[in-house]
Design a binder for this molecule. Sequence first.
Ligand code: HAM
Length: 460
Amino acid sequence: MIKESPLAPANLGEENGVRSAPLTPTMEGVAKSNQADTGNYFQAPIGTHDVLPPQSQIWARVVSVFAERANRFNYGLTITPIFEHAEVFERIGDASDVVRKEMYEFRDRGDRRLALRPEGTAPVVRAFVQHHPTPPWKVWYVAPNFRYERPQKGRYRQHWQIGAEALGVSDPDLDVEVVSLAAGFFLALGLGKTRLLINSMGEPDDRIKYTEDLRKYFLSSGANLGEEFLTRVKENPLRILDAKKSEWQTMIEGAPQLSDYLGDSAKEYFSKVQSGLKALDIAFTVDPRLVRGFDYYTATTFEFVSDDLDAAQNALGGGGRYDNLAQEMGGDPAPGIGFGIGMERVVLALEAQGLAEEIIKDSASLDVFVVDGTDDEVAALVVNDLREAGISVDRSYGGRSVKAQWKLADRSGATYGVMTGESENKNNSVAVKNLKTGEQVEVRREHLVSQIQNSKETKR
Ligand code: HAM
């Protein structure tokens, strides 16, 4: 029997004034390890996780590397609501699993049909249509997304994406810019082995013809492959091309290829994108089976994959053009292109490459630990002066003994211990101890900031 966690969508239920989308039929495995079975509700819901220090330092680094790069490319931060009218996401593709099976959809107390964001492109396009910014509108975001999937390593019910979108212009140079924004981000993080796959989905008419032929091919040659296969053929045969099922692979290998269906203009556009990437020395492989999961894609599509991750979840990020989406949301025609990168998968790749620990070590450096030897306001003033001067400082609380405070100072990883004391107060000075060497000197309070700032150890 399928029993759902009270925190999963099927059971959000009447009590919360929320109604939800139907369950996927594939959740038995998840139900077994469900909090409802153990009665332990005070844990993060299945498929979600807390990101705590010091691991959160990796997240902070990833976001800051991306933000700095996005700024250099003139993309501005955009923040959209965590939920939208469900219709916004229905425009990204009724045939996609994300919309049909995985959306956290509910009615609010005003009976509005809403959905938690399953991906980042649709809200950005909705904002573009709503606010009419001047094109090209180039934005980036970092935001959580919600998909009711079977949780496994690298696949969660809440995941974070960092991404960028550029709207209002169709130009191969812009496609190259967007890909290069992402490619350089992986390089900057040290994930230089990430592989880039690209493809073209062609114009909508090319794709309609291709989809029809693909359906015919699968129906004539794969009739014995079972119900799931036939359902996919009926609903969206493109979704078979990127399926990992081993028993389908021979069929997939013999399938017609989209590249043979591209019209002249789509071919020319795709070839310009490829020369642009070559000019910038961005290595790529054309993968004719790269179709991506949403119906909105037109023309260029791409994916960054890492061999450090399990094959079924090896995409670090992906994206492509969606030239008709703005119109489908009731806006004027406005082509667009962008990508989303899975934060959790980037962190997994950094861990696999042995880079995560280095980031944590790098970011966690505390300059000073202040030891309060007088139990008056002097220690607080010293802490404040140093912090306001840009030096990282911590101290202990709760009236601990000086000995206990020095122990904390040693354990804190700080470079210097700074102690206030009766005799030092009289001289308007403090004791400064190098916690690595044990060397101790007395420093006048007015020189403390410059002394710490100029020391080799704290200079970054
Ligand atoms: P997507 O391929 O569905 O594309 O997701 C982008 C990335 O998010 C994936 O490559 C993966 O790294 C990560 N991801 C997706 N689902 C999960 C999950 N359940 N758990 C962990 N990570 C996940 C999009 O969402 C498009 N909006 C990308 C885009 C932007 N296309 C154009 N612009």
